[in-house]
Write a protein that binds this ligand. Sequence first.
Ligand SMILES: [Zn+2]
Ligand SMILES: [Zn+2]
Length: 281
Amino acid sequence: MVTTGVFFSKIFKGKDWPIIGDKFRNFPEVLKNVLELPNVQLYESPPVDEELLRKVHDSELLEQTKNAWYYEGALRAVGGCVRAAEMVWRGELRNALVFTVAAGHHAGPSSAWGGTYLSSLGPTVRYLREKYGVRKFTILDTDSHHGDGDRAMFMGDKDVLHVCFCSSNAVEDDGTKVDVDVGWKTTDDKYLKLIEEEFVPRVRRFQPQMVFHFLGHDTCEGDYGDRGLSPSFFIELVKVVKRCSEEVCEGRYVILTGGGSRIDVAEYIFPKIVELLAMDD
Ligand SMILES: [Zn+2]
Ligand SMILES: [Zn+2]
């Protein structure tokens, strides 16, 4: 049976993480029902190998980050991502949801800010290329904010299609780096239409071997990146991206939790997302 992996660490709860706070304080308990599904497996996120971090980050950045209280959380967030992607590539998992703190899309090679102090995808892509020769990746970023760190990490790398839904329109790096302006106030339907029009056709043309999704829910109404979306939007979004991944890369789809500090939204969407990932189509 092909399984959906859920990557979490006990250290992600009970701490006031930068920007997102203690939004995982009731995890993984709130996933109890879905973790009982026969094809869902929970894993403890391991810390990433620091040697791998040195391949994508400047030493000055790493020295600063090492001294921060959130470093251990960031190491495990990145390590969970690397492990999840490896298991998906090896066919040991069909897809995965990776919980993250203190790491993510605002971390580039030499600067990091906004609650994310290590790159999750820089080390992951590097690792899969070196160990398994995987070349082509797509990154979808639907956090409210521009994924400047991931953009800097992969600029000039035309084997990475980075499609970022934020506040500007841009197409650069021979069409492999794309920004889509979703507007400050939008609706679930309008946003999903943009995904169908601006993301899906590009992934079909690009034909990646794996799809990563930085899924911030700070876009939800009442959160700090509010764009007027409802909690159920995130479920519909994952449906579309999962279908697309199944069409282009045998369902190799790895979701990273991104921004968002509404605990009720996190507790509502992530069990449903795991259930959806585990569902046969
Ligand atoms: Zn954000
Ligand atoms: Zn952007």
